[in-house]
Design a binder for this molecule. Structure first.
Ligand SMILES: [Zn+2]
Length: 261
């Protein structure tokens, strides 16, 4: 599922290829499992241009000072893909923005849970949907307060978008792995030092991915990511990677160097 770095990659594509072009049409593909705006909302985009983009956590926005905005949630496997009309169109395009000239933007969504909405203002949308601070914007003190003040498993706290927006399954596991914290450790029993460590490892993981535009080929071999298999050798110690369920989500963690306290 796309998390903060993958969503940023999609945002950058829109910013690089789709700004300042008049929207001539918004076309829908097969959309049986997506929430999409009705005709009136869709028509409001026609004639406008996207002049800027934003991202908050896993929400991607494009719009302008004067016009409506779109808010996009990529869902499980979605992405935003600019292309040209004379080139090959992406498959699984559920929504295609037709810009003046040949430029197009596809919201590609092979699986479920993607959402596209027409909104007035990203700030209001962020407030209304109850998203917490973006994971790359929150400071160390705010992080310690929010995560350290949460009951239940630390992995669940890291993934709760109302607390911190942007982390999902992969990068919460990676953060915990690097910080030596077990995913089922009680968040409100972590020490200040451990919370500080978690914060800096979260920044490290996300910064690396952002710097490399979420290119998984550039992930170092000492990360958990290349070893996310039940029974794999831990790349950090002599332990074994184990798969478990935490808060209903699968978690991969080392049975040796990741501690519950
Ligand atoms: Zn280990």
């Amino acid at each position: 599922m796309p998390e903060l770095p993958e969503c940023e990659k999609s945002r950058r594509k829109v910013a690089d290829h789709c700004l300042n072009r008049t929207i001539e049409a918004v076309e829908y593909g097969e959309v049986s499992h997506m929430n999409l705006p009705g005709g009136n909302a869709r028509e409001r985009l026609v004639g406008h241009r996207f002049t800027e983009t934003r991202r908050h956590g896993k929400a991607i926005f494009a719009g302008s000072k004067t016009g409506p905005w779109i808010a996009v949630r990529l869902g499980m496997t979605g992405s935003l893909r600019p292309f040209d009309a004379d080139g090959e169109a992406p498959d699984y395009a559920k929504v295609t923005f037709v810009f003046e000239g040949d430029r197009r933007l596809a919201f590609r969504n092979p699986r479920k849970f993607g959402v596209l909405e027409v909104i007035e203002d990203p700030e209001a949308y962020i407030a209304e949907t109850g998203l917490g601070p973006d994971a790359m914007e929150i400071g160390a003190d705010g992080f310690a307060e929010v995560i350290g003040g949460t009951k239940g498993a630390v992995k669940s706290a890291l993934m709760a978008q109302t607390k911190i927006a942007g982390l999902g399954n992969l990068w919460s596991d990676e953060t915990l792995f690097r910080a030596g914290v077990a995913p089922d450790a009680a968040a409100n029993r972590l020490s200040d030092d451990t919370l500080g460590q978690l914060y800096s490892e979260m920044r490290h993981v996300l910064s690396h991915l952002l710097d490399n535009n979420a290119d998984y080929g550039k992930i170092p071999d000492d990360w958990l990511f290349p070893h996310r298999t039940d029974g794999a050798d831990c790349p950090a110690c002599g332990g074994t990677i184990r798969k478990s369920k935490v808060g209903g989500r699968s978690a991969f963690a080392c049975d040796t160097h990741q501690k519950t306290a």
